[in-house]
Ligand binder design. Structure first.
Ligand SMILES: C[S@@+](CC[C@H](N)C(=O)[O-])C[C@H]1O[C@@H](n2cnc3c(N)ncnc32)[C@H](O)[C@@H]1O
Length: 301
């Protein structure tokens, strides 16, 4: 069974959805504003003959015709290869310089390094992951991109301890959760081959634990962003519904300059809290990106 069949009732244009899922994904880079600015990067690309197209919703994201890994801007840490839609959660979290921010599932660091840039490399950014091997990639990326406000921890985020830190609450947290990765099928066509509902349920359980801990570790009035690169409502909306019932938090609405669909409140006989509609679903045909899900929570107690 192709798991994408399950989502045809949810999308406005099933044919366009399926066609987009089969097309290769455009390659994009994010300008690393810790080391450069968009004018400098664009000038360097023009000089090197690298064709680029800025995206409509974020001027620091450029879609390239070829790869950029062998160019000077990449070598100098002025850019980072990052899929367009993957830049959404950090933009929505919108941390400021000087804040305390927790990236619960950080490796290999696309969003962590984007958060550092949004924080102007000031304050404390804690990048955590339970996978030590993937943490080396995070460290490498942080070094190449000149990030200095990062503390790296190797814990299971579900039981994250703030003991090694000089504080016990964050202003903001991001949970870019381990998921069934259905929305990465354009980058990795084998993503759907090993799909099972059992795996979806298993990762949903892990996501619930991590998101609950993120809400607990964030101060009252603080913000938590939850994202996945999958379409399965057993993850996304069901995870939000569970955490809304267990922790002091609420879902808040937010705007993005991308075409998106609201979170779904019903799925295969299950109903979810009506506020899950405030989350954004991104289907590949809407903006020619990968698939994505993003929700913003405010901690209320
Ligand atoms: C979607 S990836 C994160 C991608 C990363 N945010 C980025 O933008 O580069 C999910 C990550 O969660 C990590 N992970 C899985 N279970 C975890 C757990 N219980 N605690 C902390 N990290 C976990 C995985 O090792 C993986 O690196």
């Amino acid at each position: 069974m192709n798991p994408l069949d399950r989502y045809e009732p949810l999308v406005d244009d099933p044919e366009a959805f399926r066609a987009a899922c089969e097309r290769p994904l455009p390659y994009a880079v994010r300008v690393n504003t810790i080391k450069a600015d968009r004018e400098r990067v664009r000038a360097a690309f023009e000089e090197a003959g690298v064709a680029y197209e800025p995206t409509d919703w974020n001027a620091d994201l450029l879609v390239l015709e070829g790869k950029a890994g062998r160019t000077w801007p990449y070598f100098l840490g002025w850019i980072h290869g990052q899929e367009v839609v993957s830049a959404l959660p950090a933009t929505v979290l919108d941390p400021g310089p000087g804040e305390r921010v927790w990236d619960a599932c950080a490796a290999p660091g696309s969003k962590t390094t984007q958060l550092a840039a949004l924080m102007e490399d000031r304050g404390t950014l804690v990048g955590n992951d339970n996978n030590l091997g993937r943490l080396s990639a995070l460290r490498h990326n942080a070094e190449r991109l000149g990030v200095t406000n990062l503390v790296v921890t190797n814990q299971d985020a579900r039981n994250f301890s703030t003991k090694p830190l000089a504080f016990d609450e964050f202003d903001r947290a991001i949970v870019d959760a381990p998921c069934s990765c259905e929305g990465t099928c354009r980058k990795n066509p084998t993503a759907l081959e090993d799909w099972t509902l059992e795996h979806v349920r298993q990762v949903a359980g892990i996501q619930k634990g991590i998101l609950k801990r993120a809400v607990q570790a964030t101060r009252e009035g603080g913000t938590v962003v939850y994202s996945t690169c999958t379409f399965a409502p057993e993850e996304n909306e069901a995870v939000l519904d569970h955490v809304l019932g267990e922790e002091a938090c609420r879902l808040v609405s937010f705007d993005v300059d991308l075409e998106t669909s609201p979170g779904v409140t019903e799925w295969e006989g299950e109903t979810f809290h009506p506020s899950v509609e405030r989350a954004h679903r991104v289907y590949p045909h809407q903006n020619d990106t990968g698939g994505f899900f993003c929700a913003k929570l405010e901690v209320t107690g």
